[in-house]
Design a protein around this ligand. Structure first.
Ligand SMILES: [Fe+2]
Length: 183
């Protein structure tokens, strides 16, 4: 997985926070509208607090998220991961997030509230800049390399899309790799 090509990992997560209670926490969270390139805006976002893991909604999702991330790391030969930043974004009508990349080495998106009428995350692949769309559904956990150019297309519907995003570093400490290959 993940070697030299775009991959996505769907995990039907047990994030242990029901959608309604998580949305309630997000609605009560400190957040603000964020303008980005191309005159686009994110309706509500707490990226400015992304490194503060004491936020109530973050404390609520971490117990369910951590095992998923550890499984992911293990599945591609890493012994662990480091969560560096986590934030939420809400997209009301006419909002979007133009093409961008992230820091760290992997990026995650958890689709908290994802009505069919709202757009899926898109990404760019290949030398001809082919535009592709992730085949994601509500409650999917999507992971991709942070260098992947992606965007949240403008939400034309009157319904709101809510996602949690995060940046992780996978740590390379395979216990027995040295013994296995250094001879
Ligand atoms: Fe992003």
């Amino acid at each position: 997985m993940f070697v030299g090509e775009v991959k996505q990992s769907y995990a039907k997560t047990n994030l242990d926070v029901a959608k309604t209670s998580l949305l309630k926490m997000l609605n009560e969270a400190e957040a603000k509208r964020v303008n980005n390139d191309d005159n686009q805006f994110i309706s509500k976002c707490d990226y400015h607090l992304a490194e503060d893991f004491s936020r109530p909604w973050v404390q609520a999702v971490l117990p369910g998220l951590k095992p998923e991330l550890l499984d992911l790391a293990n599945s591609i030969c890493f012994e662990g991961y480091e969560l560096r930043a986590i934030w939420f974004q809400q997209y009301n009508q006419d909002s979007g997030h133009s093409w961008h990349t992230h820091g760290c080495n992997y990026t995650g998106v958890f689709y908290v509230d994802f009505p069919d009428e709202t757009p899926a995350t898109e990404y760019i692949e290949g030398k001809d800049y082919t535009r592709k769309k992730f085949d994601v559904e509500e409650h999917d956990l999507l992971i991709f390399p942070s260098t992947l150019i992606h965007r949240a297309p403008i939400n034309k519907s009157s319904l709101t899309k809510t996602i949690i995003s995060f940046n992780i570093n996978l740590n390379f400490h395979p216990r027995d790799l040295k013994n296995k290959w250094d001879t």
